[in-house]
Design a protein around this ligand. Structure first.
Ligand code: HAM
Length: 443
């Protein structure tokens, strides 16, 4: 039975009490992206395995150890997406977006799948909000994409994230760096894990993000890529820093960031939080100028980032960020008897058609139990309907917060009364916020 009533390890349900938080965060992120003209793209949850082998890289942990890969009934090797960039690049090429005006700016919210050891902030099914910007090579593009991530965190009220940036150079400077790394790791070859010994010949940079504690300790002393980048890459990196300074975005250069995916070139960055323990990277991204061409397209520079939504929500909860809730039920109509139930159903339909949340009894409760339920769901107003009300065409509208009751005529008086009260409440909020902002500016 446990198989039926227990979710798979490393996966999470979002319950109705939490989904409002997710909706608020997702809406805010997408709205912020829209301010920078990023438009949503949706791609399939599974792709040909080859796509990830070629883009994320077949010597990465993600491809070697973490992908959910299977053969479909047609014998094709399929993988659940471990991240969003590869699918976005595939769709960009497949639909000829490189023939459109550049830059092309896309955003997405996706589920991702990695067979990692689950712990706080590390799941096997997780979600990312990401953006990809195609066709912009200049350092100003890097700063703009980074500033979008910073603006998204600001819009959500997230504080205290550190932006760490680095440059990992282009294929030319990378070759020199790979050689230096190979020499360094060869001296420690016998201590490395089997996977890293294999990486030593093929891609020594990937040893830097191995999760084995021994490899990790050896990697901590390895040469850093920033010491090997060429003049052009250094000038690009200086340009990114100058633009970040101009926009007023604080950062720290961290020469040890290399990122765990193979497609990156030049700028790489992470936003790190001290609020959520070991899995502290809330956002990771960078430039990938070679990937589109590597996948058979033209030479199109590109860059992007992804924010892990579970980690973002953890930070927000740890910091006590505000999550504006959904409106509670506006009106609960409590019918007594069959005749009243029909009128209540009709009134609810009319209220909903006007955009108000309305509920009535659908389980056959008595009046006392119905009022208890209305209280529990936070209904703002209640109306009791019995034979008297139906015969007289009048009922009492009760405000649950104040207990105040006012007489309304049925059916139209109910909707008018709710409109009046909503307008009064909105005006009250507006006056409060104007008073608050003039108080703040007087301080
Ligand atoms: P990534 O660093 O692999 O980059 O993932 C981005 C973010 O996803 C991480 O910073 C983290 O917040 C979250 N994340 C990653 N793995 C897990 C996990 N197992 N459980 C929970 N959250 C996780 C990418 O995926 C790139 N595609 C980002 C990018 C877009 N680069 C350029 N464009």
């Amino acid at each position: 039975m446990a198989l039926l009533t227990k979710a798979i390890k490393g996966t999470q349900d979002v319950l109705p009490t939490d989904s409002v938080r997710w909706q608020y965060v997702e809406r805010t992120l997408m709205n912020t992206a829209a301010l920078y003209s990023f438009k949503e793209m949706r791609t399939p949850v599974f792709e040909h395995t080859e796509l990830f082998n070629r883009s994320v890289g077949d010597t990465t942990d993600v491809v070697q150890k973490e992908m959910y890969t299977f053969n479909d009934n047609g014998g094709r090797s399929i993988s659940l997406r471990p991240e969003g960039t590869a699918g976005a690049v595939r769709a960009f090429l497949e639909h000829g977006l490189h023939n459109e005006a550049m830059p092309q700016k896309i955003s997405y919210i996706t589920s991702c799948y990695r067979y990692e050891k689950p712990q706080a902030g590390r799941l096997r099914e997780f979600h990312q909000f990401g953006v990809e910007c195609f066709g912009a090579a200049s350092p100003s593009a890097d700063a703009e994409v980074i500033s979008l991530a910073a603006a998204a965190f600001d819009a959500l009220g997230v504080k205290g994230l550190t932006l760490e940036i680095n440059s990992i150079g282009c294929p030319e400077c990378r070759a020199k760096y790979q050689q230096a790394l190979r020499e360094y790791f060869e001296a420690h070859a016998s201590e490395l894990c089997d996977t890293c010994r294999d990486r030593l010949g093929r891609n020594p940079m990937r040893i830097l993000d191995c999760k084995s504690p021994v490899c990790h300790a050896i990697a901590a002393e390895a040469p850093v890529v920033l010491d090997y980048i060429c003049d052009d890459c250094r000038a690009h990196f200086d340009g990114v820093k100058a633009h970040l300074d101009a926009i007023g975005i604080e950062y720290k250069v961290n020469p040890t960031i290399v990122r765990g995916l193979d497609y990156y070139t030049r700028t790489v960055f992470e936003f790190v939080s001290t609020y959520i323990g070991a899995q502290a990277t809330v956002c990771g991204g960078g430039r990938y100028d070679g990937l589109v061409a590597q996948m058979g397209g033209p030479q199109v520079p590109a860059l992007g980032f992804a924010i892990g939504l579970e980690r973002l929500l953890m930070v927000m909860q740890a910091q006590g960020c505000r999550f504006p809730g959904t409106e509670p039920c506006t009106v609960y109509i409590a019918p007594m008897g069959e005749r009243a139930a029909l009128t209540a159903a009709k009134l609810c339909a009319q209220l909903r058609a006007e955009g108000f949340t309305a509920e009535t009894d659908i389980v056959g409760r008595g009046l006392k139990a119905q009022m208890k339920y209305a209280d529990k769901i936070g209904a703002q107003y209640t109306v009791v309907l019995g034979d008297n009300e139906l015969d007289s065409g009048r009922a009492m509208l009760k405000c649950m917060a104040t207990g105040e009751q006012s007489e309304i005529t049925l059916p139209d008086g109910l909707i008018t009364a709710i409109y009046d009260r909503k307008i009064d409440a909105a005006l009250g909020e507006l006056t409060d916020s104007i008073e608050q902002s003039s108080f703040d500016s007087d301080k």
